[in-house]
Design a binder for this molecule. Structure first.
Ligand SMILES: *[C@@H]1O[C@H](CO)[C@@H](O)[C@H](O)[C@H]1NC(C)=O
Ligand SMILES: *[C@@H]1O[C@H](CO)[C@@H](O)[C@H](O)[C@H]1NC(C)=O
Ligand SMILES: *[C@@H]1O[C@H](CO)[C@@H](O)[C@H](O)[C@H]1NC(C)=O
Ligand SMILES: *[C@@H]1O[C@H](CO)[C@@H](O)[C@H](O)[C@H]1NC(C)=O
Ligand SMILES: *[C@@H]1O[C@H](CO)[C@@H](O)[C@H](O)[C@H]1NC(C)=O
Ligand SMILES: *[C@@H]1O[C@H](CO)[C@@H](O)[C@H](O)[C@H]1NC(C)=O
Ligand SMILES: *[C@@H]1O[C@H](CO)[C@@H](O)[C@H](O)[C@H]1NC(C)=O
Ligand SMILES: *[C@@H]1O[C@H](CO)[C@@H](O)[C@H](O)[C@H]1NC(C)=O
Ligand SMILES: *[C@@H]1O[C@H](CO)[C@@H](O)[C@H](O)[C@H]1NC(C)=O
Ligand SMILES: *[C@@H]1O[C@H](CO)[C@@H](O)[C@H](O)[C@H]1NC(C)=O
Ligand SMILES: *[C@@H]1O[C@H](CO)[C@@H](O)[C@H](O)[C@H]1NC(C)=O
Ligand SMILES: CC(=O)N[C@H]1CO[C@H](CO)[C@@H](O)[C@@H]1O
Length: 414
């Protein structure tokens, strides 16, 4: 982002300086010249003359000028198919049949009535120089994105508010930095599609390739692993198909929301090797005394809106919550991702458990771990207050003893 900003300044500032006197004085818009991204695309050596999409929305007004023989189409103003697109799926398919690569600041299919994007079936790569966005949103009939040949995408991802979309169906999708201009880290958002929407773990793994990718909102569910023999062979275990009671004891990744309760607490030893949960974790109503069975857990990627990624409640014996390797989570629209309630009172007698988890997860967000509703600082504040109160009490007792002895001494003298 900063690099982009500097880049923008570098282009705009000299223009303003050179033509300073030409700035209109009467309220007309200042012409900043061409967009920096537009210039960049025009200079990209992969963009051949005659292969530019010189408008921003594909429609009948441009169909004759569309560079339909080019396998790489460059769109300096962005490439959109949207509500203004007045072409049939057949016309689109015919127009776009040779287009395998798109280089564009924005690539969007929005506000359309299409059920799928078969007309883009041959699309293989989209390069937004890492800063632009690959967007499929507000397509109320669309059932999936369904681009089976799409592999390398160098864009932020935004797939949302497609009311009828139950899956992405992007089996080859690869989020990769642009080979030409990798200006930024990625932001990914997949949210508010059909209530039954699920993302496959394979798709999620592609989005997780870079550690600095920002998962803005991932809301929905993970598709069942049932048919994914490849992941099953890599010791991914779906707790909806094989609950903890019957799960193998060598699983490395859990798919589905994991509930540990009085019925299955004796099987927690099976979690010893689990490093990732694609879902969220609840520990409730158990007699467990510690969480040492989570010794390998590093990552919890929840897709449940507003819910904690780890919720630990009503475990009266639980006096040690240490998850030493837990460092990464996704908790869409959740203010407090790690919450504990009504466990052993021992948990609140020190702020260590709270502080350890917090410092593993963040340097700055002091609100993300709470025990009985209190953030770590407040747990410590209450402990300090209690110590101070006890000291005062002891001091008070000490004083009354002194007074008592004083009276005795006085009595002796009298
Ligand atoms: C400054 O303005 C002149 C005409 O007003 C224009 O020809 C020139 O290209 C401008 N310079 C820049 C850097 O935009
Ligand atoms: C604003 O300035 C421009 C150029 O200086 C001129 O062409 C235009 O008529 C002006 N508009 C108004 C509303 O004064
Ligand atoms: C596109 O290719 C076809 C068939 O090869 C050819 O007839 C046509 O002239 C080409 N169009 C352009 C704009 O190059
Ligand atoms: C994908 O690419 C292959 C090979 O280039 C091609 O045969 C096929 O028609 C393309 N489209 C789909 C939907 O698979
Ligand atoms: C949504 O998709 C289903 C099939 O998955 C289809 O029957 C239904 O007509 C679609 N709804 C709309 C509004 O297109
Ligand atoms: C996709 O990206 C990978 C890694 O950068 C690269 O090796 C591969 O050639 C790319 N594939 C295409 C079709 O561009
Ligand atoms: C980013 O691009 C530069 C050259 O433009 C390259 O040296 C570097 O390896 C790229 N980084 C990634 C993560 O692709
Ligand atoms: C990404 O994070 C994991 C732990 O979460 C770490 O093992 C890995 O080395 C990191 N990769 C990079 C490239 O930083
Ligand atoms: C938990 O402890 C209570 C009290 O000792 C006991 O009644 C209950 O059966 C225990 N539950 C389990 C699942 O062991
Ligand atoms: C606290 O936990 C105990 C034991 O699990 C349970 O019986 C009780 O209802 C819980 N209290 C609240 C307020 O949830
Ligand atoms: C909690 O458990 C961890 C891991 O076994 C241990 O290192 C730590 O000392 C325990 N903390 C307390 C306060 O008992
Ligand atoms: C090939 C295969 O295993 N197909 C299965 C995919 O999952 C569904 C439901 O989970 C099964 O009915 C199929 O048999």
């Amino acid at each position: 982002m900063i690099i982009l900003y500097l880049f923008f300044l570098a282009l705009v500032v000299p223009v303003l300086a050179e033509n300073a006197t030409a700035i209109p004085q009467n309220g007309t818009e200042i012409d900043y010249g061409p967009d920096p991204m537009e210039l960049e695309i025009r200079q990209d050596p992969r963009c051949l003359p005659g292969c530019f999409f010189e408008t921003n929305i594909l429609g009948s007004w441009f169909i004759d000028d569309f560079p339909r023989n080019c396998t790489t189409v460059c769109a300096p103003y962005g490439f959109r198919i949207d509500g203004q697109t007045d072409l049939s799926e057949k016309q689109l398919a015919e127009t776009l049949k040779n287009m395998k690569n798109v280089i564009a600041f924005q690539f969007a299919v929005t506000h359309t009535r299409f059920k799928n994007t078969q007309f883009l079936a041959n699309l293989e790569t989209v390069d937004c120089y890492d800063v632009g966005t690959f967007r499929h949103s507000i397509n109320y009939r669309m059932e999936d994105v369904g681009l089976l040949n799409l592999s390398n995408v160098s864009c932020n991802i935004e797939i949302g508010s497609n009311n009828n979309m139950t899956q992405l169906n992007l089996p080859k999708l690869n989020l990769v930095h642009s080979p030409y201009a990798n200006y930024s880290s990625f932001t990914v958002s997949v949210s508010y599609n059909h209530p039954d929407f699920c993302i496959t773990v394979s798709e999620m793994l592609k989005f997780m390739v870079y550690n600095d990718t920002n998962f803005n909102w991932m809301i929905g569910d993970y598709c069942r692993l049932s048919n994914n023999s490849e992941l099953l062979s890599q010791k991914y275990c779906d707790v909806r198909d094989t609950p903890l009671e019957v799960m193998a004891s060598n699983c490395l990744k859990i798919v589905g929301n994991l509930l540990i309760d009085e019925k299955n607490e004796i099987f927690v030893g099976k979690l010893a090797n689990v490093d990732t949960i694609f879902g969220n974790l609840i520990i409730r109503n158990t007699n467990l005394t510690d969480t040492n069975f989570l010794g390998s857990l590093t990552t919890v990627m929840s897709m449940r809106e507003g819910e904690p990624v780890i919720l630990i409640e009503n475990n009266p014996e639980l006096r040690n919550v240490t998850i030493p390797k837990f460092v990464k989570y996704h908790a869409p629209q959740t203010h407090v991702p790690v919450q504990m309630y009504n466990n052993s009172a021992e948990l609140s007698k020190t702020s260590k458990f709270c502080n350890d988890l917090q410092s593993q997860l963040t340097d700055t967000m002091t609100w993300i771990v709470r025990i009985d509703g209190l953030v770590c600082d407040y747990i410590q504040r209450d402990i300090d207050a209690e110590i101070a109160r006890k000291n005062r009490e002891n001091l008070g007792n000490g004083r009354s003893i002194l007074v008592f002895m004083g009276i005795l001494v006085l009595k002796c003298f009298l």
